[in-house]
Design a protein around this ligand. Sequence first.
Ligand code: TK8
Length: 339
Amino acid sequence: ENGSASEGEDTEEAAENGEESGGEATSEDATYTIEAGIGLNNKHPQYKGLLEFKEIVEEETDGDVFVETYHSSQLGDDREMMESLQLNTQEVTIPSTAPIANFVEEFTVFDFPFLFPNEQVADQVLDGEIGDRLLGKLEEEEMVGLAYWENGFRDVTNSQHPVETAEDFEGLTLRTMENDLHLDAFSELGANPTPMAFGELFTAMQQGTVDGQENPLATIYLESFYEVQDYYSDTHHVYSPFVFLMSKQFYDGLPDEYQTIVEDAAVEAGEFQREQNRKANEEHLSNLEEEGMEITEVSDEARAEMKEIVQPVIDDYAEEIGADFVDEVYQAVEDAQEN
Ligand code: TK8
């Protein structure tokens, strides 16, 4: 690995070169190189957000910090990329909170089924004191959390039959993220959950190793899941945040001024990403229909029944990660709804 935080003696010179050429930044001109990798492909708003981050950082540092972007799990799956951040052999990744919970268990709370009623409430809680506090806990794991981005409300697809009520989960082999709460909640619903890295999912559906999966609309459409799935249901059972993570060792090695730049850029690019993501999630339902998927709308009653079934699992995890802390999160959700 190329020791990307290598301190060059020619910082000023590099910056000058960047200015003189006036063109695209290159890694040769830079003192610092950020290798940034995500699991989703380059059509997804997550990648567009990452390109926005790159543009801001390279412009604000006059090319002295160069950002190399990778998608489609090219650098590994969420877990592997986080491990690379811990070792400082990769600088940035933007995983869902579910795999992060294997490093900092309190992150499990954001994956509680039906916790957030809408995206605006999610924004307020994540961008508020609670979200901040959890980002702080990542430092013990050699990572720095710079901002929350958005994966979105998760919906179910499968190749067997429409999922309209809780009973329809019975017997479905569903790929889940590698997260114990997800595993237990889908078991409780009667499904056969199969945890698997995202990068293996398409093939698993294609080969029939799993009947289905759950992810937000943008992923279902932009990753062409409609090619191997027939039924879509807008269950919206879990809101998945993304977290913009940086290797702590790399971050600590940056000059203060650059730390501020990458932090602000992660937040600003995140605002752009959330916007793009919400647009995508609105557009892609009709795209799925055009591709021939059968769309099932799930009623509020059916959602309430699903919630009731998984409630014992939620209670167990609340106990495990700290009942007082979880109460604070519920309170923050309520407060956000009043605003
Ligand atoms: C992408 C993952 C993914 C997530 C999943 O790296 O694994 O299903 O929703 O999109 O974070």
